[in-house]
Structure formats: structure tokens, C-alpha cells
Design a protein around this ligand. Structure first.
Ligand code: C2E
Ligand code: MG
Ligand code: MG
Ligand code: MG
Length: 291
């Protein structure tokens, strides 16, 4: 009886599992060849000072231009890259490309903008990471102070002591550290106190419903206070409306990143934007200026 049941289960589940496994395998193969065929690109999203409206930094965000699938967003392939270990060579490419681009913009007289690079758990656990970053800075000539690395709380939680060691080494080099998606991970405040980080990035999910959701507004205000108390900068992610912007400004948030100022765009587009000036004008979803 149970054997029969087992067989039925197998019949029921196998086709879907196969399909998923096949899709995964295909995606993995495509991901491998993407590196060889240079299908990755970096987009850059401005980080804007809330008081002056000036672009003060850029976050590098990976894109995959697949010959037949078109533009693939990182949400669709970063996890798989992480599981397969492909994130290590991909991440190395991201780091080098972002630093080189930032240096090129400096040379072109477009200012010393901070460049923020996302690190994955696997990359952060690589024993070579610090040396690799030092080498990339050396090769590209970018000063460490211009590089910011973004890590998430959950990424750190595996081996906290070794993560803290890595963070200290990066800090010693002069690289800036930020906690991405802050508030969505599992870390406790006692850890945060021990992390030598410079920046907290408030996750988009807390920003979305402010100022109308009182609970979210309270959370955002508390995170800004916390950051200030710990002498960290604070950046709000996913800011889309004037109302959100006003609330964040009133609460003393330092910087914002979001569609209200600019979406992530190709290097060429960002360069064009920077050439027209460092100052950004907020606009709503219809592209209308709100100021
Ligand atoms: P993240 O690091 O939290 O990046 C912010 C994401 O929010 C980006 O999505 C950005 O395009 C999006 N975003 C920014 N402003 C707004 C807004 O106003 N509204 C909305 N709806 N979205 C906004 P993206 O580029 O699709 O990246 C998704 C995630 O993929 C990133 O989240 C990051 O975790 C990961 N990722 C991206 N590039 C890399 C990379 O080079 N390496 C690694 N390890 N992860 C990356
Ligand atoms: Mg990020
Ligand atoms: Mg984030
Ligand atoms: Mg994220």
C-alpha cells in the first residue's frame, strides 16, 4: 500500500521536478557561457544627498543581456550563481568593472563619486576577498575611500567572528562598508554594534508605505535615529514619491536612492547625466518634476 502510494507520489512529482531541474541546468549553462561571452553589464543608480540634491555615489547593479532571453534581472540569477559558486568569478568581474568605470569618470572630470558594489555571501567568505579588493584598487588606481561594499545582515550571520575580521580588514584599507536591506535580516542589535560599518541602507519594504503607514514611518524614523546614534550614514532605498522624500528629509535621512531621482542606468546614460551636472531634480512616476 505504502509502496503504491510512494509510486504515485513519484509519478505525481517527477515531471515538475524534472522541468525545474532542467530549467535550472539550462540557466546554469547559460550563466557559465555568459561570463565567457561577456554578456554581463553594470548599471548604476545614483545615491543622492537629501539636503543638497547632489549625486554623491552610485550603486553598481549587474544586468545580464542574454542573446535570446533579453535583459535578465539579478533576482533571476544571483541565487543560482551563489549556489553554483559562479558568483565568485562574476563578483570579481563586477568589482573590477565598477572600480575601473569609477576611475574613468574621475579622469573625465566627473567628480570623485563613491561606487557601491554588492557582495554575496560566498564572495564575502572567500579567504582571498580582502587581497582581491586590494589588488583591484591597485590595478585600477581607485582610492579605497571611493569604494563602498554592500553586505547584508544574513550574509554575516554564518560565521560572525570571521565576518567581523574581514570587515575590520576592509575598514583598515579605507574601504567603506554598508549594510544593505537593513531590517530584513536576522542580525541582532548587539551584532550591529560590533560591526565596523559606515552606512545603513533602509530596505525598500520599510520605505514603500511611508508616510501613510504609521508603523513603517516609526520603523524608518527609528532606523535613522539608530544610524545617527552609531555615527553611521543612512540611505533610504526604493524612494519613489515626493511624500516619501519629504518624510525622510524631515527625519534627517542622509541620502536616498530610488526612482524619484533616477533608476539604475547604463554607464553611458549615467555619464550623460553626470555631464549635465551633479544635482538631481526629483520627479514622480509620470516623469513630472515635483519641485
Ligand atoms: P539591492 O542591492 O538592494 O539593490 C536595489 C534594488 O532596488 C535594485 O534592483 C534597484 O534597481 C531597485 N530599485 C532602486 N530604486 C527603486 C525604486 O524606487 N523602486 C523600485 N521598485 N526598485 C528600486 P536590481 O538592480 O534588480 O537588483 C536586485 C538585487 O540583486 C540587488 O538588491 C542585489 O541584492 C542583487 N544584485 C544586483 N547586482 C549585484 C551584484 O553585482 N552582485 C551581487 N552579489 N548581487 C547583486
Ligand atoms: Mg545593494
Ligand atoms: Mg537593498
Ligand atoms: Mg537586496
Amino acid at each position: 500500500r505504502s509502496k503504491e502510494l510512494g509510486r504515485n507520489m513519484v509519478q505525481f512529482y517527477m515531471p515538475t521536478m524534472n522541468a525545474r531541474a532542467r530549467e535550472r541546468l539550462a540557466l546554469e549553462g547559460a550563466l557559465r557561457s555568459a561570463l565567457v561571452h561577456d554578456e554581463f553589464e553594470l548599471y548604476y543608480q545614483p545615491q543622492v544627498d537629501l539636503v543638497t540634491g547632489a549625486v554623491v555615489g552610485l550603486e553598481a547593479l549587474i544586468r545580464w543581456r542574454h542573446p535570446s532571453m533579453g535583459m535578465v534581472r539579478p533576482d533571476r540569477f544571483i541565487n543560482l550563481a551563489e549556489e553554483t559558486g559562479l558568483i565568485v568569478p562574476i563578483g570579481a568581474w563586477v568589482l573590477r568593472t565598477a572600480c575601473r568605470q569609477s576611475r574613468a569618470w574621475q579622469h573625465a572630470g566627473l567628480g570623485h563619486l563613491r561606487i557601491a558594489v554588492n557582495l554575496s555571501a560566498r564572495q564575502f567568505a572567500e579567504p582571498n576577498l580582502v587581497r582581491e579588493i586590494a589588488r583591484v584598487l591597485d590595478e585600477t588606481g581607485l582610492s579605497a575611500a571611493c569604494l563602498e561594499v554592500e553586505i547584508t545582515e544574513s550574509l554575516v550571520m554564518g560565521d560572525v567572528e570571521s565576518a567581523i575580521r574581514t570587515m575590520r580588514e576592509l575598514k583598515q584599507m579605507g574601504v567603506q562598508l554598508s549594510i544593505d536591506d537593513f531590517g530584513t535580516g536576522y542580525s541582532s542589535l548587539s551584532y550591529l554594534r560590533r560591526f565596523p560599518v559606515d552606512v545603513l541602507k533602509i530596505d525598500r519594504s520599510f520605505v514603500r508605505d511611508i508616510p501613510f503607514s504609521e508603523d513603517d514611518a516609526a520603523m524608518v524614523a527609528a532606523i535613522i535615529e539608530l544610524a545617527r546614534g552609531l555615527r553611521m550614514r543612512v540611505i533610504a532605498e526604493g524612494v519613489e514619491t515626493e511624500a516619501q522624500l519629504d518624510y525622510l528629509r524631515r527625519r534627517g535621512c542622509d541620502e536616498v536612492q530610488g526612482h524619484v531621482y533616477a533608476q539604475a542606468a547604463s554607464g553611458a546614460e549615467v555619464e550623460r547625466l553626470l555631464r549635465t551636472g551633479r544635482h538631481m531634480i526629483p520627479h514622480d512616476a509620470n516623469g513630472m518634476s515635483v519641485r
